[in-house]
Design a protein around this ligand. Structure first.
Ligand code: PRP
Length: 211
């Protein structure tokens, strides 16, 4: 039996995924050692390997088959547009992709004005404004602290993740439109899906029962 390899997005998502896996009897003791500098962890008994990657890199590892299975946020999956099968909504990491800004930006959205949109997710923003809303906008790519953009006058609105809404609230900004709901998803390499279909289907059945 060959190893099935999992790529997990570093951070809270990986922690929640490992907790879920524990519940269906998949453990990886090696991974719990906080002092370890190891990058890849093995469960010899079940012939599984796990590694942690930057969230946006997870679909890349899965598309190329360096990982058979990945867990990433729906935001990352939509933005990266990799050739992977999305097989399961894991239900955690729930939040929304939203257009946000000051209340004053509402008429600019309603009247389809040529506005500037700052975001870490240019593909998602482009798809929403061009294909869903049919509004021509200028997309400005940022790498973080997106809420700053309307405050300092870089853009009229932002497209960003809203979880509790507290970042927006503390900065006088609001959700103006919802783009789509988000949560953690399991993705599978298309070739692995065929070659390892029995093992992957068994895993999915167990996960579905647990969720
Ligand atoms: C995310 C997101 C928002 C914030 C939303 O940023 O981009 O800024 O969390 O969460 P809230 O609705 O609960 O306030 P993150 O902390 O990941 O950092 P970033 O600004 O570097 O993207």
């Amino acid at each position: 039996m060959r190893y099935l390899t999992f790529a997990l997005g570093k951070g809270r998502l990986a922690k929640q995924t490992l907790e879920l896996f524990e519940k269906i009897g998949i453990t990886c003791e090696e991974m719990k050692d906080k002092d370890s500098r190891k990058l890849i962890f093995t469960n010899e008994e079940l012939k599984l390997k796990f590694f942690l990657a930057k969230g946006p890199d997870v679909p890349t590892y899965v598309e190329y088959g360096a990982a058979d299975i990945g867990v990433a946020g729906k935001d990352t999956i939509l933005e990266e547009r990799r050739k992977v099968h999305e097989v399961l909504d894991l239900g955690y990491g729930r939040c929304s992709m939203c257009v946000c800004g000051y209340k004053e930006a509402v008429p600019l959205l309603q009247h389809h004005e040529l506005i500037r949109v700052a975001t870490k997710y240019p593909n998602i923003a482009k798809d929403y404004f061009y294909n869903t809303k049919h509004q021509t906008v200028e997309i400005i790519k940022l790498n973080g602290s997106i809420e700053l953009a309307p405050i300092v006058g870089l853009s009229e609105v932002i497209v960003d993740i809203v979880e509790t809404g507290s970042t927006l609230k503390e900065n006088g900004l609001e959700v103006l439109e919802e783009v789509c709901p988000l949560s953690a998803r399991m993705i599978v390499n298309p070739v692995s899906m065929r070659m390892e279909s029995t093992r992957i289907k068994t895993l999915l059945t167990k996960l579905r029962a647990q969720l």
